[in-house]
Unconditional design. Sequence first.
Length: 235
Amino acid sequence: FFLMFSKFINTQLRTTTLIITRNMATKLPLKLSQLDAEPHNLFSRWLNEAKSDKEVLDPMSMTLCTITPSGDPSGRVVALKNSDSNGFVFVTNERSPKSNEISQKSTAALVFYWPKHLRSVRVTGNVEKTTREEAEKLFKERFGFETKLAALLSPVQSAVIDDENDHGRERLNKDLEELTERYQKDKDVPCPEYWCGWRVVPKKIEFYQKGEGATDRILYVKQDNGSWETSRLAP
């Protein structure tokens, strides 16, 4: 059994190595002279390539890092709901820890990571609240039935629940069953009044790509006049 298991592991490692090598070989190098003046164009291209690859899981996932009132870093994975030249939008509970942290210190960092494509994108910038209309539209169009019910289930996200003898989980499941019976269709689920959207307005965007030869790290920095300055960083 041990020999069979070892052969299986070695085969998987060789397959993974071949996939990584092939991905590295097919990546076009990032050349400053050929880059778009607007970083969102490159981001959109990378994101669309990740979304079109069925082997890439959760291509819209991103790590959101904020700062607590005590100055500690605070990170979690959230879903990108919209992006354009104005910024990167995610939605959440207005009473959640991340919303409270943003309200007190409106700066944040994002990290996108697509390991199969050997790419990542880092974003830093200020955070502003979207309009209520935009938040409601995203809730209606970009959320599935179960996710909408989960939003209704937690008026105060991350609040401590009394779970003595596992009664807390039982109560949550009961509440979820009641919501499921009340709202039979996805379109019937109302957007909670405590739901909001946040937009990270980028000041810096770094693109990382591993390919043949030296690793590409390209940094875009927003200038006072609204233009972007690009530079290459050491690997």
